[in-house]
Design a protein around this ligand. Sequence first.
Ligand SMILES: CC(C)(COP(=O)(O)OP(=O)(O)OC[C@H]1O[C@@H](n2cnc3c(N)ncnc32)[C@H](O)[C@@H]1OP(=O)(O)O)[C@@H](O)C(=O)NCCC(=O)NCCS
Length: 301
Amino acid sequence: MYREPVRVHRLGPRDVDEVCERVGARVATAARRCALLEGTLDRDALRAAVESVAPAWVARSRGRIVGHLTATLLDGTGRAWVPPDGTSFDDPAVLGALLEAAAPAWRDAGAHGLSAWAYDDPIEVGAWAACGATLRARRGVRALSTGDAGPAAGLGLRRAGRGDLELALALDRWGDPPGAPAPGDDERRHEVVALLEDPEVDYLVAELDGRAVAQAVVMSLPARRGSRANAVHLSAVAVDPDRRGRGLGTALVGSVLERARSVGYAAAEVNWRTADPRVERFWRGRGFTPTHALVEGVLPA
Ligand SMILES: CC(C)(COP(=O)(O)OP(=O)(O)OC[C@H]1O[C@@H](n2cnc3c(N)ncnc32)[C@H](O)[C@@H]1OP(=O)(O)O)[C@@H](O)C(=O)NCCC(=O)NCCS
């Protein structure tokens, strides 16, 4: 239990400087712990973000800020999304007090659940767990270097286009987690079409002997807090279920990373679900170090 009395109130103009200081210190500390994390922040962008968030909460104890919390309420998801620097807390009990204060407003805005990107640190994830949230996914990062395994013999990569829609829909299904609800046909089609048509996205199909055996979606992300600069983002990596465990996923990722390195990317990042320990083992074995953890829960009553 937090020993000092804590008072939570809405963030006001006089709180902004102190909250920015806290976020800056938090980012720098995390970067000291893990070299793959960015340690510096664009202070003007952070200040603009903190000033523009509505609403946000701060927790004070003996006149000092001991925590803050803000979330984005994304239309249609029914969830309050807390970004990597959307919270700070000196103690898990402070996070609990902040969540209790924020929950009624988030509920009024249509949210029933909560998703937060925390640093993948036992104390942080533990604090969220103490508030009822569960680890669902991780974001891992790795640096790219010339010594990495390159493309595998026989495995060809090609960029899929609008004409590959039916193939891409079939390959995308390979990535559905077993036992979890899959997207509906219309939703999947909408998402896959958007990816195939986006000039900033490489929808890659891996072929062996002229047959599609795996896929990966590769994109660069706009600069955002919580991601490394100059990082390529991998998603929707999936291998034909009948051919898993034979090195194809490793070969595909090796090709994709070598491609990214050769056009100037310095790092790669990927988010993976934690439900399947084999998937966790796959990404760690490919050199990705977890930096962030996605925790999810319901809003406190
Ligand atoms: C994760 C995945 C891409 C790995 O591809 P793969 O071709 O099976 O992997 P490889 O044979 O190259 O590598 C095997 C490694 O992956 C792990 N692995 C993950 N899923 C596996 C599976 N279904 N079968 C066998 N090994 C699997 C193994 O433990 C092994 O680890 P090791 O190298 O430390 O021994 C593939 O299993 C898959 O498509 N899974 C479903 C979709 C998914 O969850 N994708 C990740 C989205 S971020």
